[in-house]
Design a protein around this ligand. Structure first.
Ligand SMILES: Nc1ncnc2c1ncn2[C@@H]1O[C@H](COP(=O)(O)OP(=O)(O)OP(=O)(O)O)[C@@H](O)[C@H]1O
Ligand SMILES: [Mg+2]
Length: 588
């Protein structure tokens, strides 16, 4: 195969020239020769590019004739520099002028050869109109986009957008008017904001949960602090009233007034307990509690408390429904539920039905539950309060456990919040079913106690006459005084001590005579538990009742250990409860 390139051995110059001539004539690239700024020769592509019919028409013309007037000075300069022998840009872009007067952009690559007649400039020229147009179009499009983006920043508005398939989505529309090709044009951008909205809602919900948790936390701290002092004060009031009522010479009016004080103090104590319960700090004891007996034991109290419109009915399963927990709290749960049910009676008469039972349940039974979505399958006891009252709509149902949520004129909105706190504390769950006009059913599940129920505490007799020696230890002078008075009033001999150290000294001196020690938990110098330890060292069998103004002491929620106190009394306690506890310990 013979090479198409011309051979350079000089033996075939005509053939080489023929090759070069063919290349020059047929090249799609415009090629021109010039000398001193005048066209010496050009190829047909050059002639075509500049709009000349014949190459011959170009020869002898000034190069500048093919340059747009606006670019000529630059070319003149370049040619002058070239004449001085400067290194010129080898390749540059400029604007050409066709014979018909139209302009176009071209790119030129130049080189210089020295021939017999002097330097000859060779130019290779390519039309870059298309590239320029594309660039211009790109710039224009960018410009439009920039205008649009700037415009998109104005007037956002949220709409529900409709797809062709009929489904909808949330969209944000921003619009503006701008000038396009000289005409005012309305431009709108539409963005699907479904995902953004979902994330915003999630974030809001998270924020609310955090806020809720913080509210609970701070209320807990507040409740704990207030309850301590408050309960001490209530203990004094309640003991004082109890003692005064025992006074034989009292007239009926004075008794009635004392009863009113007693009732008010009881309400205050109840509020305090509810606050502690809500804050999850009120768990005190863990003892077997049998629901049936508990409901029966509180029945007359409930009948007295509910509104006259409500008929109270009970449906207690014959089997034992025993759980492990705090009977005071369970009583409070029943009471709160029954009160809410009776307050929901809208018409002239209604029924509130209290039921108890036990059974084995699988996890699906707790699917709708409030505090116990995670309850496992197993054996549970339950307590149900059902009413045929006004019922609740979905929104009320969704908020009924929120602290301070109430729809009642005089409601505080703490009832269900504290029920929830107490049920949680017992590892239980609450299931509520309600609809407007169709009444409400609240069922509370508690994990069943694996053993048998303990017999419920014997009824308390305020008329007891005590006998024996009680050592009372409390750093609050007034509390000490009131308990001293109360116990003496009921026939006990009382020794008082203002702190742990005094108590240990007093006990060491008379340990053989002292039957029961009533010991406050929080005291300076030596706290209740440390004092208890010292007392047990002196006499291991000493019977000790620990009292605390804080709902939950360090022993709260723990099963009672043998080295711990024999009984725990949260302040404020009813006088009869204190007396009954002392009697129970003495009879051991
Ligand atoms: N059995 C029920 N029937 C209808 N609505 C109820 C029932 N139980 C509770 N609710 C609704 O839930 C709200 C919150 O109840 P919750 O016991 O927490 O507060 P309250 O009864 O309003 O006030 P408080 O119990 O503190 O005196 C009530 O105000 C009521 O709207
Ligand atoms: Mg209530």
């Amino acid at each position: 195969m013979s090479s198409p390139a011309p051979r350079e051995n000089g033996s075939e110059p005509e053939e080489a020239y023929a090759w070069l001539k063919a290349l020059f004539d047929e090249s799609p690239l415009a090629i021109g020769f010039s000398r001193g700024g005048v066209v010496a020769d050009a190829n047909p592509a050059y002639a075509r590019l500049f709009g000349y019919g014949q190459v011959a028409e170009l020869r002898g013309r000034s190069l500048l004739e093919q340059i747009a007037p606006s670019h000529r000075s630059r070319i003149i300069e370049l040619l002058a520099q070239r004449a001085r022998g400067d290194r010129l840009p080898h390749r540059y872009q400029t604007r050409g002028l066709r014979r018909d007067g139209t302009e176009f952009p071209f790119e030129v690559t130049t080189t210089q050869v020295i021939v017999a007649d002097g330097p000859l400039l060779i130019a290779f020229i390519s039309d870059v109109s298309e590239r320029e147009d594309a660039l211009q179009a790109l710039k224009a499009s960018e410009e439009r986009f920039r205008t649009l983006s700037a415009a998109a920043l104005t007037e956002p508005c949220e709409v529900t957008a409709l797809r062709t398939d009929g489904s909808t989505f949330l969209a944000e529309i921003r619009g503006t008017t701008l000038s396009h090709q000289g005409r005012p044009t309305r431009v709108a951008t539409l963005r699907d904001i479904t995902e953004r909205k979902r994330m915003e809602a999630e974030q809001r919900a998270l924020g609310e949960r955090i806020q809720q948790a913080q509210k609970l936390e701070s209320l807990g701290v507040l409740a704990g602090g207030v309850a301590h002092d408050f309960n001490n004060i209530l203990t004094i009031i309640m003991n004082g009233v109890e003692l005064a009522k025992n006074d034989a010479g009292l007239g009926p009016r004075a008794v009635a007034q004392l009863d009113a004080v007693s009732l008010a103090a009881g309400r205050a104590a109840e509020l305090c307990r509810q606050m502690l319960a809500y804050a999850g700090k009120a768990r005190l004891s863990r003892e077997p509690v049998e629901l049936r007996a508990l409901v029966e034991g509180t029945w007359s109290m409930m009948e007295a408390a509910v509104s006259k419109k409500a008929t109270l009915e009970r449906d207690l399963a014959p089997e034992l429904a025993t759980l492990v927990g705090d009977s005071t709290q369970i009583r409070q749960i029943v009471m709160n539920l029954v009160l809410n049910a009776s307050e929901a009676i809208g018409g002239p008469r209604g029924t509130v039905r209290v039921s108890t039972g036990a059974g084995t349940y699988d996890a699906s039974a707790f699917a709708r539950s409030v505090a116990g979505g995670a309850l496992k399958a197993g054996r549970y006891v339950w307590l149900e309060v059902r009413d045929d009252g006004v019922g609740m709509d979905a929104s009320t149902l969704g908020q009924m456990f929120d602290p301070f949520f109430t729809t009642k004129f005089v409601g505080r909105g703490l009832g269900m919040a504290s029920v929830l706190g107490m049920v949680r504390g017992h590892g239980g769950a609450i299931d509520v079913e309600s609809s407007p006009g169709r009444g409400t059913r609240v069922r509370v599940f508690f994990p069943a106690c694996p053993g048998q129920a303990a017999p419920s505490a014997p009824a308390l007799t305020p008329q007891v006459r005590g006998q024996g020696v009680v050592l009372v230890v409390d750093d609050e002078k007034n509390v000490l005084l009131s308990i001293d008075l109360l116990l003496r009033g009921f026939g006990f001999e009382v020794i008082v001590a203002r702190d742990g150290l005094e108590a240990v000294d007093a006990f060491r001196a008379r340990s053989a005579e002292i039957d029961v020690v009533l010991l406050d938990l929080t005291m300076p110098r030596m706290n209740g538990l440390e004092t208890l330890e010292q007392l047990r060292r002196i006499a291991p069998a000493v019977r000790v009742i620990l009292t605390s103004g804080y709902g939950e002491g360090p022993f709260g929620g723990e099963p009672r250990r043998c080295e711990g106190p024999d009984a725990v009394l949260p302040k404020p306690y009813a006088a009869e409860h204190l007396l009954a506890t002392i009697q129970r310990l003495m009879s051991k």
